[in-house]
Design a protein around this ligand. Structure first.
Ligand code: SAH
Length: 215
């Protein structure tokens, strides 16, 4: 596959911004971001910016996707849980690196659109779910890696409890519409080690399902 000049430029920008993880850069190279943004923004798909995706939600800035994916330290042995499917872009990047990705979204219309995109890309290792991600994925006892792509003041207990031994969780922690801290939590037995990865801005993690409008 030949890279478009826009994608080449984005990858250069990510490298210049300090993204050195070759596997992460390669995964980003292998996900056509134009497939994940609304038609009106297609020509801006490879700009290093967050873009609106409807329902007051945003597809994250590629730099943040790269930072979070690198921090998650994903390998092809890992089962990954993502909370906040949104456009499906981050799920697709994770699917290029992981054995399997489970992703949860509370807007059913967004789940359907994301599923179509995964099909179009022939990503067979992504499983979607319409539901409240703060409750985790009850049928799957633990996950090697967990990424939350919406911000909460505290990380829901169900998600902390779903982290496998030696597991890693990456999430923005803080209030909506304010600067939040990107946190990396590594589990080792019953010890959870927390690392602060810097300031980010995410839409809020909202418990429960939307009223009819979002369905
Ligand atoms: N990872 C996404 C970013 C989406 S923005 C992407 O790459 O495009 C955050 C998403 O989290 C939104 O779609 C929002 O609806 C969803 N979200 C918020 N609270 C949630 C919850 N409790 N359960 C599941 N999804 C949630």
């Amino acid at each position: 596959m030949t890279k478009s000049p826009e994608l080449t430029q984005l990858l250069d920008e990510l490298r210049d911004a300090g993204i050195t993880d070759k596997r992460v850069l390669h995964a980003i190279e292998r996900v056509p971001r134009e497939l994940f943004v609304p038609a009106a923004f297609r020509e801006r798909a490879y700009e290093n910016v967050a873009l609106p995706i409807g329902h007051s939600q945003t597809i994250s800035q590629p730099y943040i996707v790269a930072v979070m994916t690198a921090a998650l330290d994903v390998s092809d042995r890992h089962i990954v849980l993502e909370i906040g499917t949104g456009s499906g872009y981050q799920s697709a990047v994770l699917a290029r690196l992981a054995r399997r990705v489970f992703t949860v979204e509370r807007h059913s219309a967004m789940v359907k659109v994301a599923e179509d995109r995964f099909k179009q890309m022939r990503l067979h290792n992504v499983t979607t779910r319409f539901g409240d991600g703060t409750k985790g994925w009850p049928e799957q006892p633990t996950f090697d890696r967990i990424m939350i792509t919406a911000a909460a003041a505290t990380i829901p207990d169900a998600l902390i409890e779903s982290l496998a031994d030696d597991g890693v969780l990456v999430a923005p922690v803080g209030e909506a519409k304010k600067d939040q801290t990107l946190m990396r939590i590594q589990r080792s037995g019953e010890t959870f080690t927390t690392e602060d990865l810097g300031i980010v801005r995410f839409v809020p993690l909202v418990a429960g399902l939307p009223r009819s409008a979002g369905r």
